[in-house]
Every structure is written in C-alpha cells, then in structure tokens.
Design a protein around this ligand. Structure first.
Ligand code: PLP
Length: 432
C-alpha cells in the first residue's frame, strides 16, 4: 500500500484515517472552548431573532432563527447502493443549502460574526444598555448611522462573502468583499445588487484574503472577518449541533452507543466543518464520527494534518493545483485553529474527484427533488464508500462499529445551493 502522501499527490480518491484522534473527552479537554461558549453563541442568535425577522421577513416562519431542514433521503441511499455502496442504516441530508439569508452553511458562522460585531459596537456606543435590551434598537436611525461609519471586510471564494456582505449591508455597514478568481460571477452580481462592494482578484483565495486583511488593517474604522482564525465564525457554526439534535429528537432518531452517527462535511478552510464537528463532539462524544471531504486537487486540511505541518503547508507545496469546480472548497491552506482541534477529534477525510460532483447533483435532484450546489455534493463520497473502502473498513473494525452499522445514522452535510440562479441550475443539471 502506497503512503497516503503519495496517493494525495497522485490526486487519488481516498479515505484517510486520522492517526492522532483521541477520545472525545480527551480532545475536548484540550480545546479552549466549551459548551458554555456554544450556548452563549446560541443565546446571542436568539437575542437577534427579532432584528433578523425585521430585515429578512422570510425568517418569520422560524421566529427569526436561521435553521435548515434535516431530511431523510432514502431514495438517494438506494441509488448509492445500486452502485455498490452497501450502505446500511439511515441516510439524511442536512440542508444548509436552504438556509435563509445567504443560502449556504456560511449563514451560520458568517451571519453570527457580523451580529456579534454589531452588538459589540452598539453596547460600546450606548445604543444597547445591555444584552437584555431590545435588539430592535439596532434598526434605529441612530444605530444605522453608527454602523454606516464602519466597514466590514472579508476575503472569500463566494459564499462567505455573500453571508458577510448581505448581513453587514442589511445592518447598515459598508461591506467590502474581496473575491478570488474561483468566485462565481452570479455571486458577485448578487452581492453588488445587495449594496456590497466587490473587489476581484486574479489570484486564489489566499491572495484575496491577504489583500483584504491588509486594506482593513490600515483602516481603524474597518473590521476584518478572518476566515483562517476566527473564533466567532467557529462558534457560530458549532450552534448547528444542538439544532440538529433537536431535529433528530423530533424525528425519533436516537444517537447512542448502539446507534453511531456518521457526518460527512465538505471542507474549505475548515471553519464550518470544524465548528460543526466541535458542537457534535460536545453532544455525542465518541458516538459521533466526523469525516471531512475535500476535492482531490485541493485537500488542504488533509495535507495539513497528514504532514503534521497544519497551516504551515498549502496544497501547492505538494504539487497540487488547488483548482476545482467546487468553488466553496477551493482553499489551498487550512485554518490553523481548526487544524489543531480537528487533529484531536476528526475521524478522517474522504477526497473526491470533481467529476463526481455533478453526477451526485443530478442523482439527488432526480431522486429526491432537491437541488444543491456542486461543492455541497462532495459529502456523498462518504456514504458511497464508507462500507467498501479498505481504510474506512479498518476504521469501523478498530472502533468496534461493524456490528452497529445496521443501526447507524449517516448525515451528508449539504453546504450550499438555494441561491444558485435558475439558468445555472439548468446548466448543472444538464452536464453529463
Ligand atoms: C464555505 C463552504 C464550505 C466549507 O466551509 P469552510 O469553513 O471553508 O471549511 C463547504 N461548502 C460550501 C458550499 C461552502 O460555501
């Protein structure tokens, strides 16, 4: 068997098992966040609910809480099995593709960070007396005038920019989004329509972030959302776990020693899958197994963890292009913060070839009537191969999971899609 790093360099699809994973209890004791930090983030989102309803009336049905459906996708499971997956247990889709406001998983972390920043500014300026105050005051002329003096900037391959741009522009901030060449045109157009300034770069995501950070740092009235290091983003994502737990309970789905949970999370810089994994570990401990999924041409988290170099290495350093159709995953260097945590708690990684993404996209649409964007489809490589891949099977055996797989619960995390314009959907659904 070839070494993992050789297979990574060859752009082979693989299942990598994390050799550094420790028990959930041990991992959580080494992380500087805990359940109170996640509860604090959840409470903050609750305080903002009236304001969210005010600016985004489509969230009224959910009381101003931005949350996505959890849908069992049995027909998709049958399709995967028809192609040799041998998947047992139940398969669900966590549909962050349908999150309101910005149509991707970034509506969790990104929205959360902007709200937290606005809260900090408003408390400092005396517009909010305390966290118990009426948050509708943040829609007052006084508050909007205050926010209008400040900039919020971010570097993005697309979806983070949409989330930060839409939310900060709605609150009255001057929103500036620095976008990499991978970013889709429709995302730039939509942002400009919502009042954000979009600056385009020839280079990749790393270049856009670097420029954005430099411009923001030079301006005392500017706040930079730092995808590579942000604690606020991470905690905003972590809130998803408790929300999904409530959905499992509503649907009578049990996660325990005999019903293990497997979650497959598409990964870019790592913040979204990392935050969700952290939240899930707090809730389910060793009964949840979180696998990240990255494109074979751009597996930055995998390269960081397998080499042990964390964020001191990028995919180009091992000869990979970093170029992928999965724009949300086109990140060459992982978050250092997330690498450090995931090294302790991530079960492993799957890599996926771009050619599968549109295939899964069409299969899901045709079987379940659900549309998600290409990046979002990466997660399906997990359920498609966990029962057959040699390394995955070794993981199941070593963790004494084989006998429990009949009662396992699998969740593919759909990370984006509802805002993709119709003409682009039509094109994606036609590609063979
Ligand atoms: C951002 C994004 C991800 C991954 O999130 P990271 O925090 O960058 O790891 C996955 N899928 C889509 C569609 C995204 O936009």
């Amino acid at each position: 068997m070839k070494e993992y790093m050789d297979r990574i360099k060859n752009e082979e699809e693989l299942c990598w098992i994390n050799p550094c994973r420790v028990s959930a209890a041990e991992a959580l004791s080494q992380v500087e966040f805990n359940e109170y930090d996640v509860a604090d983030a959840a409470a903050r989102l609750q305080r903002f609910a009236p304001l969210i309803m005010h600016y985004f009336p489509e969230t009224k049905v959910d009381g101003g809480i931005i949350e996505s459906p959890l849908t069992e996708i049995d027909e998709m499971k049958e399709i995967l099995n028809g192609e040799g997956a041998r998947l047992t247990g139940r398969l669900f889709l966590k549909r962050d593709s349908d999150l309101k406001v910005s149509g991707s998983v970034k509506a969790r972390g990104g929205v959360y960070e902007v709200l937290k920043h606005s809260e900090d500014l408003a408390i400092k300026a005396g517009i909010l007396d305390s966290k118990a105050d009426d948050y509708m005051k943040l829609a007052s002329d006084e508050a909007r005038e205050l926010f209008g003096k400040y900039k919020v900037q971010v570097g993005s391959t697309g979806n983070l920019g949409m989330s930060i741009g839409i939310m900060s522009a709605a609150l009255g901030f001057e929103a500036i989004v620095h976008m990499s060449m991978d970013a889709k045109q429709w995302k730039k157009d939509l942002l400009r329509e919502r009042g954000a300034t979009v600056i385009e770069y020839e280079g990749d995501y790393g270049a856009a972030v670097e420029q954005g950070r430099a411009e923001s740092d030079a301006d005392p009235m500017s706040y930079f959302v730092d995808d590579e290091n942000s604690e606020a983003l991470f905690l905003g994502y972590a809130v998803a776990a408790g929300r999904m737990d409530a959905q499992f309970k509503e649907q009578g789905v049990v996660i325990d020693d005999n019903h293990p949970l497997f979650v497959y999370l598409p990964c870019g810089v790592g913040g979204a899958p990392g935050g969700v994994t952290f939240g899930l570990k707090l809730l389910y401990g060793d009964n949840v197994h979180c696998f990240f999924v990255e494109p074979v041409t751009c597996p930055c988290m995998l390269v960081g963890l397998e080499s042990g170099e964390m964020n001191n290495i990028c995919v180009q350093d091992v000869g990979l292009s970093g170029i992928t159709e999965a724009d949300g995953l086109a990140v060459g260097r992982p978050s250092g913060l997330v690498c450090r945590f995931m090294n302790l708690m991530m079960a492993g990684e799957f890599t996926v070839d771009d050619s599968r993404l549109n295939y899964y996209l069409r299969k899901l649409y045709n079987s379940e009537g659900l549309f998600i964007e290409p990046s979002s489809c990466a997660g399906f490589i997990g359920p498609a191969t966990i029962s057959t891949d040699e390394d995955a099977r070794r993981y199941l055996m070593q963790n004494e999971l084989e006998d429990k797989m009949a009662d396992a619960v699998h969740v593919a995390w759909a990370t984006g899609g509802s805002m993709v314009p119709q003409d682009i959907r039509d094109k994606l659904l036609r590609i063979e």
